[in-house]
Ligand binder design. Structure first.
Ligand SMILES: Cc1cc2nc3c(=O)[nH]c(=O)nc-3n(C[C@H](O)[C@H](O)[C@H](O)COP(=O)(O)OP(=O)(O)OC[C@H]3O[C@@H](n4cnc5c(N)ncnc54)[C@H](O)[C@@H]3O)c2cc1C
Length: 473
């Protein structure tokens, strides 16, 4: 059994980035005193920062203040797996939720983001390890074989089947040899990045553009008035427009509680062993995931490490975000064991770091955007573990909303469509814990070649029966 990974306060990605002056940058001290702005942004993750970027692109003179409780990229934007892909992998759920025409528009619009992020990094001299390695979904049990068929059928009906390629087990092995992998599906138009370098690079460019950024500045009270008022321990910001990019922390907000819930996602990274990656043929930079509902996602680093994550975990009833979302030893140990199981060639390679983060989950698994208050407070939430590229599109949408520009972005279905509501408490948290456990048990049993009892299978499918795009079909 691998040794328990050391507890983390920061992700390995963020440690790596902060060790370099170009990504550490100068400190942005907390807000002290009262100020005004055209737009105040709550949250210094990708959503908040891409919004600031697109605001400045559209109107260079707009005065933007960004407030971040931690440091920019300290949340999931600096902790994620770095899979930088559009929504091609979700095509079935997207068509079901929005209809064919709107779905196609969403797929094409978000499909531009991975390449645009790469081009943006190049344009700003930012080495965020952007690599178009493709998204490789693999079967890890007989039940998972062919799970891509529904995806490809829907793609065919939209005329976009060329985005997908089915691979035989041998073809999968040529890209990533694992005794646990069967056949698979490749989406070539997908990249991966060093997530914290991207977040910290965004911060650097925004400071150069004159965005006023305050770190260590939690918004403690917010008034959705006109002007909107954000109060912090050291001062306040009054602004004509406000943008909420708080990710999972928006679940504290009464307005968002019914439509958002929290899950944990947990990652580990190994020591470098590039020669073993060569032996496994895993040298093409593929982002590899399995076809479970509680998904494993793995990728490599330029110095030959494997970073592996497991989603859909929750330390308890998941009513709030506490330290166990940064690090939770049972989950860290579980993912470390999965490295050895899925990639036995790395079985004796030390695990160097482990961390986690909260995922903000929406019922349709798609983010939703909109405006509230007097129409001057705009939000973008609910990425459900797929936010690296979609938050780039989110920034375009939120900048357009904040500038009251009635354009293609503000008319996308993720803006006009109401998010699905979760059942109310006290049913919701215990119900989700039970269902979530059943989903993971079903996935684990299938992977182990064990029988899934009908009760577990039934409970795991409850979310789909209730119209959510969550859990197995
Ligand atoms: C372990 C993990 C792996 C993931 N892997 C992937 C992946 O491979 N690919 C992918 O596409 N997505 C992945 N995701 C999801 C992705 O990271 C998110 O969807 C994305 O980062 C969301 O960005 P955001 O800016 O909306 O939110 P966040 O990055 O969560 O930013 C919100 C910010 O708000 C700040 N904040 C909170 N409260 C306050 C307050 N009161 N005042 C001011 N600021 C506050 C937080 O500190 C945080 O920095 C993963 C997530 C996790 C946790």
């Amino acid at each position: 059994m691998p040794a328990a990974p050391p507890p983390a306060t920061r992700s390995w990605w963020l440690e790596e980035a902060l060790a370099l002056p170009e990504f550490a940058g100068e400190p942005c001290p907390p807000l002290s005193g009262d100020t005004t702005a055209d737009v105040v942004i709550l949250g210094g993750g990708y959503t908040g920062m891409w919004t600031a970027w697109f605001l400045k692109e559209r109107e260079p003179d707009v005065d933007v203040v960004l407030l971040e409780a931690d440091i920019c990229g300290g949340g999931p934007s600096g902790r994620n797996g770095g899979f930088c892909d559009g929504w091609w992998g979700h095509i079935g759920d997207i068509v079901k939720t929005y209809g064919e025409a709107d779905a196609l528009e969403l797929l094409m619009t978000c499909g531009r983001s991975p390449a645009e992020i790469g081009a943006w990094c190049d344009a700003h001299g930012l080495d965020a390890w952007w690599r178009r390695g493709g998204d490789l979904a693999v079967a890890t049990s007989p039940e998972a074989e062919g799970r891509w068929e529904g995806t490809i059928d829907v793609a065919r009906s939209l005329g976009v089947e060329d985005e997908y390629r089915v691979l035989t087990p041998e073809e999968v092995r040529e890209r990533c040899a694992s005794p646990a992998f069967g056949a698979g599906m490749l989406i070539a138009d997908a990249a991966n990045v060093q997530p914290a370098r991207l977040a910290r690079g965004l911060r650097r460019v925004l400071l150069e553009r004159g965005v006023r950024m305050f770190e260590g500045t939690p918004v403690s009270r917010f008034k959705a008035s006109k002007p909107a008022i954000a109060e912090t321990p050291g001062g306040s910001v009054r602004a004509g427009e406000a943008v909420i990019g708080l990710g999972a922390w928006a679940t504290w907000w009464r307005a968002f509680k019914p439509v958002l819930t929290i899950r944990g996602s947990y990652m580990v990274v190994t020591a470098p062993a590039p020669e073993r990656l060569e032996d496994m043929h895993w040298t093409g930079g593929e982002a590899v995931r399995d076809l479970r509902s509680s998904i494993h996602y793995g990728r490599t680093t330029p110095d030959g490490r494997i970073a592996l994550g497991l989603g859909g975990l929750q330390p308890d009833l998941a009513r709030g975000i506490d330290r166990r979302y940064d690090f939770h030893e049972p989950f860290a140990r579980r993912v470390a064991e999965d490295v050895a199981r899925l990639f036995p060639a790395f079985g004796d390679v030390p695990i160097e770091a482990a961390w986690g983060g909260p995922i903000n989950v929406s019922g349709f698994t798609m983010p939703f955007f909109g405006s509230m208050g007097a129409g001057n407070v705009h939000y973008g939430l609910g990425y459900t573990g797929n936010g690296v590229a979609p938050s780039h599109l989110g920034g375009k949408i939120l900048a357009a909303l904040a500038l009251h520009a009635d354009d293609g972005f503000t008319r996308l279905a993720v803006v006009s469509r109401e998010p699905k509501r979760f059942p109310p408490e006290p049913l919701r948290s215990p119900g989700m814990l039970v269902v979530n456990d059943a989903i993971r048990r079903k996935d684990d049993r299938e992977d182990a070649g064990r029988w899934v009892d009908p009760f577990t299978g039934f409970v795991a499918r409850i979310p789909r029966r209730l119209g959510f795009n969550l859990g197995p079909r």
